[in-house]
Ligand binder design. Structure first.
Ligand code: UDP
Length: 295
């Protein structure tokens, strides 16, 4: 996102606490005069002037990382979002809130439309993330209703691509790293659970359009509706990497959703015909190339 903004001529103030982010991912931007970096945790208030747009992309998104310190995860989504909403208010600028498909929990409606309220376990091990993000959406809507802040909420579905950490823990990077290192591919459960994977560049394009276009203040799903089972994903990764890794089955984590697929009709309508452009095979190839180079 920083790269794209600089390329389009914007000045960027990038803020990260490096909880899951990495300096390596932004080092090449540090010499740009349009780029400023500040190490900061958004659970502490932040001051900045002359801001014309805020993107709140903060919060660990991988289950193993957001469950590591669950209270901090909730704090990041709730207190962190409050702090950025206050910053948007002070600067009278719009703010984009990165929400998530996790607000739908283990959905009974398939594919998920924005008007579906979801099926979330409010006390489970995923609730720090799910409920934190749901509360953040609620805060955004209240800042819009009470203070007229121009909030833009996107619900991001499973996204993957280059610059993921090798220890990210989510399925795409796990399978690729395991395949490249000839380690066993770990399928949780029977592998029949479905997910819809979106390549990072498609997400960035959507975020960019959300920033520039006049979009509704209500949430918009951003994802690739092409659904695949975890078992089939493992086969694809094995085929593309030509790996000899074996497949092992491990227990399914608590509250792991059975299916997940976005209805993106609203996004297509309000984002000037945006649709995902990168198919899973190509996206996996780019991501495999990245991990081959970095491992
Ligand atoms: N998963 C898996 N093996 C792994 C990591 C994840 O089978 O090494 C499964 C996980 O149980 C879930 C799916 O893949 O059913 C997607 O998991 P991920 O953590 O990537 O995202 P999320 O569960 O948040 O959609």
């Amino acid at each position: 996102m920083c790269e794209r903004l600089i390329k389009e001529g914007y000045n960027v103030l990038c803020v990260d606490n490096f909880y899951t982010g990495s300096m390596e991912n932004i080092r090449h931007l540090l010499h740009h005069s349009e780029f400023t970096f500040k190490e900061h945790d958004i659970t502490d208030p932040i001051t900045a002037d002359n801001i014309s747009f805020i993107f709140n992309l903060a919060c660990p998104a991988s289950p193993i990382h957001y469950q590591e310190d669950a209270i901090f995860t909730t704090k990041t989504s709730v207190v962190g979002t409050l702090n950025l909403l206050d910053l948007a208010r002070k600067n009278s600028c719009p703010i984009l809130q990165a929400s998530t498909s996790e607000v739908y929990g283990n959905p009974h409606v398939h594919p998920q439309t924005e008007d579906y309220y979801g099926n979330v376990n409010p006390i489970g091990i995923r609730s720090c993330y799910d409920e934190g993000k749901r509360c953040a959406e609620s805060l955004c809507m209240d800042y819009y209703r009470q203070y007229g802040i121009d909030v833009k909420i996107i619900r991001i579905f499973n996204t993957y691509g280059p610059r993921m950490a090798k220890n990210d823990g989510r399925v795409v990077s796990n399978f690729i790293v395991q395949a490249l290192q000839e380690e066993d591919i770990t399928i949780y459960g029977d592998g029949n659970q479905g997910r819809s994977f979106q390549y990072i560049d498609d997400l960035i394009e959507a975020i960019f359009r959300v920033m520039k276009d006049d979009v509704p203040h209500t949430p918009i799903n951003i994802g690739n509706p092409n659904e695949i089972s975890v078992k089939d994903l493992a086969d694809m990764v094995l085929r593309i990497t030509k790996s000899k890794s074996a497949v092992t089955f491990k227990s399914l984590p608590q509250d792991d959703p059975c299916r997940r697929k976005p209805d993106i009709n609203l996004a297509i309508k309000v984002l000037d015909g945006w649709t995902p452009q990168v198919c899973l095979t190509d996206g996996l190839k780019y991501t495999i190339d990245y991990f081959r180079d970095t491992l």
